[in-house]
Design a protein around this ligand. Structure first.
Ligand code: MN
Length: 203
């Protein structure tokens, strides 16, 4: 099978009390694993099973029509969650610095304005989906949201921060209170990692 699930890069309890241990266990070991398994099943026997995940997500039109929805949902789920685990703590600064800070100030006016835009994008996404900080083709920053497991890559945008607003990301601790989860998650974003991704893709 071409795709495998990497272990979480820190202990399940590392994001307590903002994201609880059981949510992290189920989210990573069950939900993310299911996306990987379902992606592999959908790609079995197709040449795309040797492609990397970004090639798949940017060339969904090359996937046979009867497999395309499964590949879109589960390939998106795999890529989105791989980024999500990476940009959470431990370690790292809890505020943006360096070139990323400058870019945020230029695009949004301030870090507080960016947080407000991400919070709005996450709270107004009806049903399941994601809020994103993305790089556009002109390298400027923007905040968007996507439904389901759609990736910004599908629209030619480069995600450098993703906030999962599926209920499975917060329901055990926050139940229906998505705004409380969105407020808490800013305590566990690793802005050094986001800054590394900004540096990598803004060149
Ligand atoms: Mn999720």
């Amino acid at each position: 099978m071409p795709f495998t699930l990497d272990p979480l890069p820190y202990p399940y309890e590392a994001l307590e009390p903002h994201i609880d241990t059981m949510t992290m266990q189920i989210h990573h070991d069950k939900h993310h694993q299911a996306y990987v398994n379902n992606l592999n099943a959908a790609l079995a026997g197709h040449e795309a099973d040797t492609w990397d995940i970004e090639k798949i997500l940017t060339q969904l039109d090359k996937i046979p029509e009867d497999k395309r929805t499964a590949v879109r949902n589960n390939g998106g789920g795999h890529h989105n969650h791989s980024l999500f685990w990476e940009i959470l703590t431990p370690g790292g600064s809890n505020v943006p610095g360096g070139d990323l800070k400058d870019a945020i100030d230029k695009s949004f006016g301030s870090f507080d304005n960016l947080k407000a835009e991400l919070t709005k994008a996450g709270s107004t996404r009806f049903g399941s989906g994601w809020a994103w900080l993305v790089l556009k083709s002109d390298k400027s920053l923007s905040v968007i949201s996507t439904p389901n497991q759609d990736s910004p890559l599908m629209d030619g945008l480069r995600p450098i921060l993703g906030i999962d607003v599926w209920e499975h990301a917060y329901y055990l601790k926050y139940q229906n209170r998505r705004p409380d989860y969105l407020a808490a998650i800013f305590n566990v974003i690793n802005w050094d990692k986001v800054g590394e991704l900004y540096a990598k893709y803004s060149k």
